[in-house]
Ligand binder design. Structure first.
Ligand SMILES: [Zn+2]
Length: 88
C-alpha cells in the first residue's frame, strides 16, 4: 500500500508515521503534538494587527484633523512649491 499521506518520523523508533498521529503505531509511544499552524500565536497576531490598525487609523485621523485645521489657519493662497535645489 502506497503511503500518499503526509508522514513524519517517529522520534523514538524512526518509523514513518502519520503527520497528525499522537501515538506511534510502531512503538506505541505518545508523540509530541504534530507541527500545526501556530494557533497560540494567531491570537497575538490578531491583537498585534488590531493594535496596529488602531494606531494607524488614529494617526491618520489626527493627521487629517491637523491638515483640516491647518487649512483654516492658512489664509493666504497656497504658493507654488519651491525647488530645494538652487539653479545651476
Ligand atoms: Zn515510534
Amino acid at each position: 500500500m502506497l503511503i500518499a499521506m503526509r508522514t513524519r518520523i517517529c522520534p523514538f523508533c524512526k518509523e514513518a508515521i502519520h503527520v497528525q498521529a499522537v501515538v506511534c503505531r510502531y512503538c506505541r509511544r505518545d508523540l509530541p503534538p504534530a507541527e500545526q499552524p501556530r494557533r497560540k500565536n494567531s491570537h497575538a497576531w490578531l491583537a498585534a494587527i488590531a493594535a496596529a490598525g488602531i494606531i494607524v487609523s488614529g494617526a491618520a485621523f489626527l493627521a487629517a484633523e491637523f491638515l483640516r485645521e491647518r487649512k483654516n489657519w492658512l489664509t493666504e493662497p497656497p504658493r507654488p512649491p519651491e525647488s530645494q535645489n538652487p539653479p545651476d
